[in-house]
Design a protein around this ligand. Structure first.
Ligand code: URA
Length: 249
């Protein structure tokens, strides 16, 4: 048995909070009876749940790891007709959404799922899930600049939260460098703006890790389903972080 608002959110009706409002305002029926109590438990497999007269549709949760190539937008459709990430997911029937976004010019790891609750938690900075990026930048950042990336850079939408940064390698002509940056936020074009702010614009950007998930075995354009062990590990890790702040993710 599960809480009604959780089942509604999982069925994609709306966010958990909005689903609570729908219940309280009397838009939800369970087995033909109006339910307004938030604590109500239901069996999503057996109970007939109706929102504003429409039965909810429960989908099997799927979790996909895509190696997004550059030249594809992280969106479900594009009015300009550019390639979108879901074009790469041939054979996936479920309606999955990206967890966070990668720019058109950024490649790398993108998780897609129809599990709204897991997606919200993973994307929320308070869970401090590592998002690890490798950036090929112009010039060679000094130790001081690398430290600024890690401790916080002032952007027009405020200081970035602390993360980690290191210089990986410099080009033989000493004109460019690879840096690795670990952040927990997901602001628009954040890594590009951080590097720009320290005077080293990004030439190439790739996300290589999200929590414990990596791109291992996936070529650009390829995707795979997460294994049930990986899904359980993600859920356990998020639950532990909720309770104790830090955990194995
Ligand atoms: N930061 C960026 O600048 N771009 C991305 O795609 C992801 C993080």
């Amino acid at each position: 048995m599960e809480r009604l608002q959780k089942v509604l959110a999982q069925a994609g009706v709306a966010s958990r909070r909005r689903c609570e409002e729908l219940i309280v305002q009397g838009s939800v029926e369970v087995n033909g009876k109006l339910v307004r109590e938030l604590g109500t438990k239901v069996d999503p497999e057996r109970d007939r749940i109706v929102v504003n007269g429409k039965p909810i549709k429960l989908e099997r949760h799927v979790y996909l790891l895509l190696h997004k190539p550059t030249g594809v937008i992280t969106s479900l459709s594009d009015p300009q007709g550019r390639r979108v990430v879901t074009d790469l997911l041939k054979g996936v029937k479920e309606r999955v959404y990206p967890v966070g976004r990668l720019d058109y010019d950024t490649s790398g790891l993108l998780l897609l799922t129809n599990d709204g609750e897991l997606a919200n938690r993973l994307a929320h900075p308070s869970y401090e899930i590592d998002k690890v990026y490798r950036a090929w930048v112009k010039g060679i950042p000094s130790a001081e600049s690398i430290k600024r990336l890690a401790t916080g850079v002032r952007l027009e939408d405020g200081m970035t939260s602390p993360g980690r940064a290191r210089l990986l390698k410099t080009s033989s002509d000493k004109q460019k460098a690879w840096i690795e940056l670990t952040i927990h936020e997901g602001r628009n074009r954040q890594v590009r703006r951080m590097c720009e702010a320290i005077g080293h614009p990004v030439l190439t950007l790739e996300r290589v890790r999200l929590g414990f998930l990596t791109l291992e075995g996936l070529r650009p354009g390829d995707y795979r389903l997460l294994t049930s062990e990986e899904v359980n590990k993600l859920k356990r890790g998020l639950q532990q972080r909720k309770q104790a702040k830090r955990g194995p993710l």
